[in-house]
Design a protein around this ligand. Structure first.
Ligand code: SF4
Length: 259
């Protein structure tokens, strides 16, 4: 991920937790972009546009999982997380019920995040391999994480109209990332959300529409490249459908396209 690392900048002090290759000279975040992302994060966290999802995220936060019963759950929509100078954005499905819906940060605090952040760290895109809370000190380097749906849905299945309601947030995130070159879709729902975003942004999609697959790739003139990978859910990683090497290869391809 050399290109993405260079775009995102590395820590100035040689953090021993960061792979050596990630310690490139720091590239500051664009200030306007950080401001836009901060505004957007506030708008997302306040959204109550989907009654079914508002009820569910708050119910999950009220009932809690036994292991986290002493914690105060986030229980709101989860804003994107990462570097405002990102060249690569990863688009997932939705917050985990007891992961991001608990911690308030994308892919933080569950098995999906454990797998994903370890891969990002191996690639030099994250300052540490683990993500447990919003206060754990983790920073992303040249990469941004978001979801097609910002609220945890029952059975991990957002309805089409809920995805459509949430889609403008993805448009605003992409617009706030001026150095973005590559979108990586984690799973089929994210792939479709990314395609829909490209269409809304005025890019003509091939017909028939490119289908999702692990390693699928779409390159349109003037648009961020789109890559597909199986979602790093426990269901996929525990069964070997997605291995660390497979995700590493997709991130390496994203880096090559981001150069
Ligand atoms: S899914 Fe998106 S649009 Fe719907 S309530 Fe959550 S943040 Fe708002």
């Amino acid at each position: 991920m050399a290109a993405a690392r260079a775009r995102g900048g590395g820590p100035a002090g040689g953090d021993p937790a960061v792979p050596a290759a990630a310690c490139a000279p720091a590239r500051p975040e664009p200030r306007a972009s950080r401001s836009a992302l901060d505004r957007l994060a506030r708008d997302i966290a306040a959204c109550r546009a989907c009654p079914r999802l508002v009820a569910w995220r708050e119910e999950v936060a009220r009932v809690k999982r036994r292991a986290y019963r002493e914690e105060r759950y986030w229980g709101r929509p989860v804003p994107g997380f990462g570097d405002a100078a990102a060249a690569v954005a990863l688009v997932g499905l939705a917050p985990g019920a007891h992961g991001a819906n608990r911690t308030g940060r994308m892919f933080t605090g569950d098995g999906t995040g454990d797998f994903l952040y370890a891969a990002l760290h191996r690639a030099g895109l994250a300052t540490q391999p683990t993500a447990v809370s919003r206060a754990d000190g983790l920073r992303l380097l040249g990469v941004f994480l978001t979801n097609a749906c910002r609220c945890v849905p029952p059975e991990n299945r957002p309805a089409p109209e809920e995805l459509a309601r949430c889609a403008p947030f993805l448009d605003r995130e992409v617009a706030a990332l001026p150095r973005l070159r590559v979108l990586v879709a984690l799973g089929a729902v994210a792939w479709d959300a990314a395609l829909a975003h490209l269409a809304r942004a005025g890019h003509a999609l091939p017909r028939p529409r490119p289908r999702f697959g692990h390693g699928a790739e779409l390159r349109l003139a003037g648009a961020p490249a789109l890559l597909g990978t199986y979602h790093p859910s426990r269901q996929n990683t525990n069964t070997g459908r997605l291995t660390p090497a497979m995700l590493d290869a997709v991130l390496a391809r994203a880096a090559a396209l981001a150069r």
